[in-house]
Design a protein around this ligand. Structure first.
Ligand code: MEV
Length: 316
């Protein structure tokens, strides 16, 4: 039996980096997916094939020996084989509709889809259980993850996420359009998170006052989302971008992408870890084309729809 699961990409509307130190973030799952297909084999190996390469590793080897691209998948396979005392090997195939390393949550979506696919080879698991496996797996490559990205990829929709694990899916269907544009600069989330820690340790007062400002900004953003007030939301995105620039995670290219859509959109900011990756711009039907046109000459960009389903599972 093959078990198939898929999970959506995510964008962070507000709160990246600050969420690592508490408070809240607002995330949104979007309509680009990673699919993971898994099956048990009669070998003693874990075999993985994805757009990023191939790996064959004896299932008795430590997951720590696997390249970081594959490590979370080896971890999940080993955990499940051990938990269910299975003598089987495993074959895992990953396919993705969006690029990795650009702030769209490819590693989290992959962990969630893999946890969903592999766990249901053995028995049914709830979304909460799958999320836990996915976050544990992501911690094998990114110890300090806030868990926000995996949570968005698991539940879908627009989420209010607190670092203490509280999750609130916002029951709203905002009339907004989001444009995602890729700088083409690959980043490492864990490295950028370490850069921010360095900033926080060096300038604790500045960092903690920015954290307080971010908490207030997110309350205003939640209110603006409920009221579908795009003008306000756009202004808050611009303000959030300023905080991200202050902690050093933006760069000249991201700043210039944001200024390209300054007049066309309601507002724009980087999304995810920054220091490369993607920006998002807020629009509606009236200015979507203009916003896309402002970016399309120089950057790969697309308008993203909100994915409301999150993790999806099936068997073949
Ligand atoms: C990365 O998409 C989001 C960060 O806030 C890290 C995290 O929340 O784990 C930068």
């Amino acid at each position: 039996m093959k078990s198939v699961a898929s999970a959506p990409a995510k964008i962070i509307l507000f709160g990246e980096h600050f969420i690592v130190y508490g408070g809240k973030a607002i995330l949104c799952a979007i309509d680009k997916r990673i699919t993971v297909e898994s099956e048990m084999t009669k070998t003693n190996n874990i075999e993985i094939e994805s757009g990023l390469g191939k790996l064959v590793i004896p299932k008795s080897d430590s997951y720590k020996n696997a390249d970081s691209v594959f490590r979370p998948l080896v971890y999940i396979a080993q955990k499940m084989l051990e938990k269910f005392h299975s003598k089987a090997g495993m074959r895992i195939r990953v396919s993705s509709e969006f690029p990795s390393g650009v702030g769209l949550g490819s590693s989290s979506a992959c962990c969630v889809a893999a946890a969903g696919s592999i766990s249901s080879l053995f028995e049914n698991h709830t979304k909460e259980e799958i999320l836990k496996i996915a976050i544990d797996a992501e911690r094998t490559i990114f110890e300090n993850t806030s868990g926000a990205d995996c949570t968005a990829c698991t539940y879908g929709g627009i989420l209010e996420y607190s670092k203490d694990g509280q999750i609130k899916k916002l029951e709203i269907v905002p009339k907004l359009e989001l444009v995602v544009a890729n700088s083409g600069i690959i980043h490492s989330t864990s490295k950028v998170v370490s850069m921010v820690k360095h900033f926080k340790d060096g300038k604790p007062e500045i960092f903690s006052s920015l954290c307080i400002l971010e908490v207030n900004l997110i309350e205003d953003a939640l209110d603006a989302l409920q009221k579908n007030d795009l003008v306000k939301l756009g202004k808050l995105m611009i303000q959030n971008q300023e905080f991200l620039e202050k902690i050093g995670v933006s760069n000249d290219i991201l700043n210039s992408m944001i200024s390209l859509v300054k007049d066309a959109s309601y507002g724009a900011k980087l999304t995810g870890a920054g220091d490369g990756g993607c920006i998002i711009a807020l629009a509606d039907k009236s200015n979507l084309k203009k916003t896309l046109n402002a970016l399309a000459k120089k950057y790969e960009c697309f308008s993203a729809k909100i994915d409301t389903n999150g993790l999806e599972q099936s068997s073949a």
